[in-house]
Design a protein around this ligand. Sequence first.
Ligand SMILES: Nc1nc2c([nH]c(=O)n2[C@H]2C[C@H](O)[C@@H](COP(=O)(O)OP(=O)(O)OP(=O)(O)O)O2)c(=O)[nH]1
Length: 254
Amino acid sequence: MSFTTVVAAPLTVAFDVARALGRPWPFPLEEVESVRPVSDLYAAGPGRGRRRLVHARRFTATADGTVVDEQVDWDTGLPRLLAGLLDRAVLRRRVRRSMRRHLDGYAAVAELRARDVVQVVGAAIVRGDAAGREVLVAQRGSGPLAGLWEFPGGKVEPGEDHEAALVRECTEELGVTVVPREFLGEVPLDGAVAGGAPGTSTLRVWAAGLVAGEPVAHEHRDLRWVGAAGLGTLDWIAADRPLLPAVRDLLTRP
Ligand SMILES: Nc1nc2c([nH]c(=O)n2[C@H]2C[C@H](O)[C@@H](COP(=O)(O)OP(=O)(O)OP(=O)(O)O)O2)c(=O)[nH]1
């Protein structure tokens, strides 16, 4: 059986809250495989009478938050005909009811928890057309990451919409007006952001268009427009690297 929930929280928060709440089954499950913050797989059994339950979750970042896709499969260990009857008469309904109650609580807790974690947004500002596109990259001027390249952006303020934060940061840092066009992806940040625990914040990046102004480095050491070939040659903040294929795709798509 499949379930899909949209949680108004970034990946790490959605994943960590899901782990803390566990699953709605009245017996313990064992971890089979977990990859924070993208997936986990737990199973119970085979137990008495070869009963078995497998519960897999996949967490995907989207512009609106995290989509959690869950798959619950079970085997009662009964002969096929009997098992089919039991499934139809009782089990499917019971599983659906347990999951629905669990997921409603989960979504609410994750949304609340997200308010306590400072998140970072970044803009992949693109210029040009199919004949040749470039993205604006910025070199940090101070702090522990000084000298490394990043996407212009910064921390989302409490209660602020993520895309609004992106527009505000680009105005403050570059003196330009941008419009977010497409969500590109999200990665966990290893370091502490604004005093938060390391690994709880994420960087969420949007492709953006320039609608007014020419970028000026108000806070960065340097700014550069680079094409797809130049992207990989820069000394990026390590956390940003998994986002580069999506940016490259943006620059090379027809
Ligand atoms: N803007 C940006 N920050 C990134 C990227 N990758 C990455 O790890 N970070 C980290 C560095 C910082 O710890 C944090 C962003 O903080 P910031 O100092 O730029 O934020 P801000 O503009 O709101 O700064 P401030 O007003 O609090 O000084 O995210 C990236 O590509 N862009």
